[in-house]
Design a protein around this ligand. Structure first.
Ligand code: CMP
Length: 141
């Protein structure tokens, strides 16, 4: 069954440095995601640690949070039927080396860490991640 969902996506610092923001947003629009909110910002190491707290025990946590706080990012709230799964399909595998042709990570990702884009992986994480970057009044539409 199809349900209208919201998901949080981030154009990561590597993709911003490659001037890929426009290309990635075009993919969202071409694939019928509605852009609810969008902001370009930089996050601190501490903020990156809070966002990725679920990975705190992982060996890549320190490097990941250094990377995510290394430059500007673009956070977007997207809406679509089955937005969470559809965005993950459009992004491709976490490791760009395993990503399918035509996916965002295949085109723009360089490594499992520098993989161009983040997308929420489930409804509960989408809720947390949307409210991490956007206030209630911004999402109230
Ligand atoms: P993302 O979708 O943002 O969610 C967590 C991130 O951790 C993931 O994308 C990768 O960029 C990163 N990641 C996952 N596994 C590894 C790993 N083995 N080594 C380095 N980074 C990883």
């Amino acid at each position: 069954m199809k349900t209208l969902q919201r998901t949080l996506t981030i154009v990561k610092p590597d993709a911003v440095r490659k001037n890929a923001i426009g290309d990635i947003i075009e993919q969202f629009e071409k694939n019928n995601f509605r852009i609810l909110c969008l902001k370009m910002l930089e996050i601190s190491k501490h903020q990156a640690e809070q966002f990725y707290a679920v990975h705190a025990a992982k060996p890549f946590y320190n490097s990941l949070t250094d990377f995510m706080s290394s430059g500007p990012i673009v956070a977007l709230a997207l809406e679509k039927e089955n937005a969470i799964a559809d965005l993950r399909k459009l992004m491709g595998a976490t490791n760009p080396a395993n990503a399918e042709e035509g996916t965002i990570r295949k085109k723009w990702g360089a490594s499992i860490e520098h993989n161009a884009i983040h997308g929420s992986d489930a409804e509960d994480t989408a809720g947390f991640e949307l409210s991490f970057f956007f206030a209630g009044y911004e999402l109230a539409k």
